[in-house]
Design a protein around this ligand. Sequence first.
Ligand SMILES: *Cc1c(COP(=O)(O)O)cnc(C)c1O
Length: 356
Amino acid sequence: MKNIYFTVGPSQLYPTVKKHIQTALKNEIPSLNHRGPIFKKLFKDVSGGLKNLLNIPASYQIFFVSSALESMERTIMGCVENSSFHIICGSFGKAWAKYSYELGKNAIEEEAEKGDGIELPSVKVPKEAEIICITQNETSTGVWFPPKDIHDLKKRYPQKLLALDLVSAVPYVNLDYKYIDVAFFSVQKGFGLPSGLGVMIVSPKALVKSQKLFKKGVSIGSYHSLKSLSESAAKLETPETPNVMNIYLLDKVIKDMQRKTLQKIRSETDEKAKLMYNFFENHKKYSPYVKNPKFRSPTTLVFDVNGKSGAIRKKLAKLGFIVGAGYGFEKDNHIRIANFPSHKIQDIKKMLKHLW
Ligand SMILES: *Cc1c(COP(=O)(O)O)cnc(C)c1O
């Protein structure tokens, strides 16, 4: 039976991916020399395509790494000498702070109550913090930060670097990247690709900071330091032999999304999110986990099902709908449903019918 994966990552493949994999095999993409002209063109196309799709300034660089977790470490090593500041609404934000601490930095945390966001307009960033790290869309709890609050925070602290985990929000989230110094995602969520590729979006300001640390003798990492990634990217290369197959597929899916237009993807995402939140708000026994609508994620939705998570997931799985369990200790209390560009409104409607 064919399943539909509403899991938050890995998730349902983007509908064109199967066809692109077949073309890639036919064109011998997995054997492609990663220092040769075809790869260089691919590198140029995919970074240009991503900048175009997400409206990223031309001066920013795109780096390919292995995952989002790696990007968290790269961000701390590349941009922090002593102190980082972390706004935490769940497990991924918490992990980022932990990595900073494990790298020997002073990781200052501001943590929300469970299932709640943080009012960014009233956040005071500590003086010593060199960077503000925010999980813009916290997949473990379904909390997200409105883009405007993030832009305004940077306007209040223009001298600090701002780094965003966008893993489960791209390509949907509509950000003004001129306020953002580092952003990253992995491709197995909103882009509907196989896992094993992370993408970093890095501003000139973050690179300058990295150079400064390097000159001071602070360790910024080795082959995947921001400096090394930047020097390779300038040659349209990666330091190591990268995941060429996935970079190829990302290029193809970006082109498909450009053809569809991001505007259409965004409006469909809004429509699907509204449908699901309305359904669970009106449900007798279940409810949205995030109470304040302002902080509710449109792309990774978490619902409180009163300990019925296992039973619901089992019932839906029999019908071919795979939804996620709650994260960590909320495993049995929550279900998590992804609302990515790969997910069709008809399938969501069909799935919800079985949840009454
Ligand atoms: C999935 C996820 C990650 C981890 O992604 P990997 O590709 O496994 O490194 C990090 N942050 C958020 C918000 C996520 O949803």
